[in-house]
Design a protein around this ligand. Sequence first.
Ligand code: FAD
Length: 486
Amino acid sequence: MAQLVWFRSDLRVHDNPALFTACQQAQQEGTDVIACFLRPLEQWQSHNWGQNRIRYTERCLLDLKEELEALHIPLICQDVATFAGQIPALLQLCQRLNCHQIFANEEPELNERQRDQQLIAQAEPAGIHCQLFHDQSLLPLGSVLKNDGTPYRVYTPFRKQAQQMIAQQPVQTFPAPAPVISDPQQSLQLKIDSLSLDQPDLVIFQPQNYSDDPIQQRWPATEKEAFHQLELFCGQPINRYKTQRDFPADAKGTSLLSPMLAAGKLSVKSCWQAAEQIRLSDPAAAESASTWQGELLWRDFYRHLLVLYPELSRNQPFKKETSNIQWRNAPDDLQRWQEGKTGFPLVDAAMRQLKETGWMHNRLRMLTAVFLSKYLLIDWHEGERWFMQHLVDADLASNNGGWQWAASTGTDAVPYFRLLSPYRQAERFDAQGEFIARFVPELAKLPAKQRIQPKGYVQGYPNPVADLKEGKERMMAAFKAVKSES
Ligand code: FAD
C-alpha cells in the first residue's frame, strides 16, 4: 500500500502541505509514499506556456526528484498530453501502485480546478480518496472577503483585510517531512524497480537540465538555491526595496524570486515569514520589508480574483464594456513592439530584456503593457500571450492581472486616461540611461539624455513607431466610445 502525492505547481519538499500530510499518514500506517508528475505538454501550449517556462519547470522537477530521493520517495515523471488525460493516468497509477489516497495542492486556474473536481468525482467511486490542500497563496483562495461576503475588487482594502487576518492567525509553514522508510531492507532503487514502470502504456520522461540554454542558466531551479536567494535578499536588499524597486538597472532592487514562486520551488509563505522576521526585528528595515510583503499580497489578490471571477480564465476582461473597444489591427507595430524596435528606448530595452533573459522588471512590464494597449491601441490579449510565451515566471493570475491593470480593462486598473510616457518613465527610473545602454547597444555610446530620448536619426536605431500625442488621442476616443455605449 502507498500514498500517492501528485505534484503540479508546488515542486518542493519544504512547506508542501500535500507532501507533508501524505508522509505523516504513511508513517502512522506503515505504508509508502510515491510521487508523480504528469507533464501535460499540449495543455501547457494551449495555455501559451513557452519554452522558457516549460524548461524551467523541468529543471525544478530534476531537483525535486533528488530532494524526494533523499526522503526515500520515488518520483514518477509521466507524459500525458492534456488535463483530460491526467485523470485516467492517475487512476491507473493508483491501481498499479495499490494507492487508495491521492494528495495534491490546489491551483487557482479554472481548467485546473475543473480537472480536480472531475478527478474527485471519478476517484471516489473507485475507492480512491483525494485530498486537496491550500498552498498557493498566503490566505486560502477565495477566503479574503468583505463583511457582506462579496469579493474585494480593489487591492488596498483587500490588503488591509488580508493583513488583519494574518495578524489574527500568523502564517505557518510546514517543515520538510522526515524520510519515509516502511521497509528498512528495501533500497530506493529496489523500490523504484518494484514499481515496474517499464510498460508500453506509460510514457516516462527524464527531466533535463538544459545546461546549454543561456536563459535557463540565469535562473536557479533548486530548492537550496531558492532558500539561499531568499536569505540573501532578506539579508540586505530588502532594506532598500521601498526606494530601489522601481529602478531596473539595479539588479538587486527586487528579489528575482518570481520564477521560483511561479513553479512552486519556493512557497509564498516562506517568503512572507522571512520578511516578517525582518519587519519585527529591524525597525530601520520594517517599512521596506512591509512594502515587499505588499507585493506578495498583490500576488494573492490576483489569485483570489481568478478563483472568484472564472471569466478571467476565459480571456474575458473584468470590465465587460471594454470587450467592445475597437483595437487596431496593426501587425507591423505589434512586431516592432515584440522585437524591441519601437524607437522608444526604454520600451525597446525592456522588450529585449524579456527576449534575452526570459524576465522583465515590474516597472517595465507596466510600461510596455501600457505602451502596447494604449499608445499603439493593440489588443492587450496579444501582449498577454507574448509575455506568457516568453516569461520564465509566466503565471496566468499575475500576468492577466498585470495586463488588465495596464489596459484599464481590469478591476482596480489604472484609469484609462492615465498613461505612462516612455520618455518620462526613463527620466525618472533610468535617468543615466544605464539600463537602456545594457540592452540597446545602438544607443550605448550616446550621452545619457540622448539615450533616453534620441534627437534625430541614430544609425541602426529605428524612428519612433508612433506619435505619442496622436496615440493618446486615438486611445481616448476608443475608450470614450465604449463608455458612452454602456
Ligand atoms: P519582487 O518585487 O521581489 O516581488 C516579490 C514577489 O511578489 C514576486 O516574485 C511576485 O511573485 C510577487 N509580485 C510582485 N509584484 C507583483 C505584481 N504586481 N503582481 C503580482 N505579483 C507580484 N508576475 C509573475 O510572477 N508572473 C507573470 O506572468 C507576471 N506578469 C506580469 C505582467 C504585467 C503586465 C505586469 C504589470 C506584472 C506582471 N507580473 C508577473 C508581476 C511582477 O511584474 C513580477 O512578479 C515581478 O516583476 C517579479 O520580480 P521579482 O520576483 O523580483 O519581484
